[in-house]
Design a protein around this ligand. Sequence first.
Ligand SMILES: C[S@@+](CC[C@H](N)C(=O)[O-])C[C@H]1O[C@@H](n2cnc3c(N)ncnc32)[C@H](O)[C@@H]1O
Length: 396
Amino acid sequence: MGDKKRSGKHHDDDEEEINHWQRVTASFKNFPFYQLKKLEEIEGQLKKGLESYPDILDEQLKFITARKDQLMEMIPFISLLVARSPFPPIGQPTDEDFGRVASVMRQFVREWSEEGKLERDMCFNPIFKALSKYCPSSSDSTVESPIVLVPGSGLGRLGYELSQLGYAVECNEVSVFMLLGSAVALNFFTSAEQFTVMPLICETINMVKDEDIVKKVKIPDILPGKSPKASSKSMPKFCLCAGEFLDCYACDCEEKEAEERAECCKDSKEECCTVTDDSVIKKKNPCSTCERYDVIVTCFFIDTAHNVTKYIERIAKLLKPGGIWINLGPLMYHWVGMGDQESLEISWSTIKSISEKNGFMLCEEELLRDIPYCSYHERLRENRFNCIFSVMRMPE
Ligand SMILES: C[S@@+](CC[C@H](N)C(=O)[O-])C[C@H]1O[C@@H](n2cnc3c(N)ncnc32)[C@H](O)[C@@H]1O
């Protein structure tokens, strides 16, 4: 896997970035101890709450002891993650950091286990179908592969699958927790089902059966890079760009346009340099970052934006004329209610109008119901979403 690093505004400070990597690595290293502490807290609650039921308490305490022992089974995988980090484990992880490690573990089940296959199929298959309809890849190795960008690529499985289908893929991911996980998933497993994770071992709520709490999940389901297609000569390029989407794919022409606009509008109240025609914003003099991709695939991504209009504008700029944007996901807007953080929350119909203003033409749209996300065991409350699936095209 190639690893492309583009510095963005937020990563100018190298020292801060190194400290962050070190603390992330420490979070993975200390995760089993954090879980042990959580199990001890659960043990305390059980002792208090089940006092009047000594037999059941006894059973539950034995179950806690078994869970503590089972935690050790995750250590080989944790050790690999820590060993493959470019930085040593230094720093004091917070509860939030450990929460992020726990979500990486759940994401490993979604992306890299047999248990995650059903939810992967539900998300990825509509995307693959749209790709083969609107921008098919060719089995002829002399033909240039279409270039696909996958922002918010998580642990890289979608990007990997696309590369297996013959596309040249660039993944983009901001979270160092996910970046470390995807580096391991894509490069450092040595056999299928090499490791065990137990993503629910500290779970206390919405469980149906105690057995589900200790369900072991084997990862990876396949060995990337050693599967038959990947070893063939036609293996297309695959790379990962680390950083925030808008920072990584900022383009010069946007800045130039803003400067020109500021200059031109200096003495006028009107935005005289925004080129509009029938209310559609037109691209002006694309720079080298613009118009590079045949397809952009956003899967459970657009609602990570502080302002989704910025993502739409950037996607429109990055696509080649005639390029395709395939989107699948809910609109749960990750920044909603987060103190003073910017969070624009708009409906799908407004997103469509903004996309049209940026030149997109809607080719397909469907509401996909009950799409699971990291929801592979039966629980009393499941993580399922009604998702918008859409395909839009830029004009030729
Ligand atoms: C809900 S997850 C979806 C992951 C993957 N696409 C999937 O379907 O499993 C969203 C991902 O986007 C990443 N992300 C969030 N904001 C981002 C940004 N501004 N730039 C790049 N990645 C971002 C998160 O770290 C996370 O890995």
